[in-house]
Unconditional design. Sequence first.
Length: 330
Amino acid sequence: MKIRFLLLILGFFACALKMLPPSPDRFAPRLQEVEVINRTKINLKFNEDILTETISPDSIIIISTSNETLAVKEISLGRKGNFITLITQKQQSIRYSLAARVSDLAENRTKIAARFFGSTLEDTVPPRISGISPKLGATKQREAVRLELQFSEEIDTILPIYWLILPKNIKNRFQTRWHPDHKRLTFYLEDSLGLDTIVYFTLLCSVFDFEENRLISPGFTFFTSDSLLNTVLVTGVVSDKDKAVTDGIVIFAKTQDDKDPMALAITDSIGSFAIQVRKGIYDVLVLADTNFDNRVDLSGKSQDFDTDLKELRLEVYPDSLAEYFDWYLR
């Protein structure tokens, strides 16, 4: 009987211990590592997740041994909460001192300080699109549509971006947002697409990293609000005399609908393209920007094309209008 009573008491205390609330975090975060990636990029690693709302470029001070300030242009917040990337002015091969105040998720605030040696290594690698969603040919994309592009490195988000989308009447309904990591760009539609709508989207090469390296190739995808695409595959090649036209824009307009643009495709590094379009007869136009000012420098004479033929061969010539791409989608 006494043994049973003793076991009961021990069980009660064991349960009580399990029910105790977790101990609050009273320790301030610590800076574990300063990694200088190149002349404009520095990674900070902490021992725990940081409260990002308390950090801004103005809250971090970097001073050289000659008492010159190295300005922090942007802060990229990594997907891991204990990593922060500083985008700075161009550094020199000298020693710098860094000071800032940061807080962890429990709002324990502390001052951090570190020294590091600046880099003169130039980032010459152009950014690329490492992921895009919805994926090519995605279906059932009708409600609260989100177009998201993932870049291979931090992008200078201050510069304007240029993008094309069909049907053209939905462009003004999309909002854009850069994520805090400066690597993700989202286009979002708060309302819904119409039934049986196919959306074609491309981001032009108007995107730069912080070393002014241009996006290496445009982003492209297409998707539908319906459960099936109900399209046929069309392929083609675009050339300027004997030279392949890369990153060209091929526009398909229905001839019986006042030449209203219905679909678009982009050419690859050898001037070829492949696209899914609805079956029918189209008026096809090709455009190209050769000096990356987002204006058309080359264009091809529009021609009728029946999708039963499956393949297109297009030529481009100097364009005297030099209008923005959207002008040709009007």
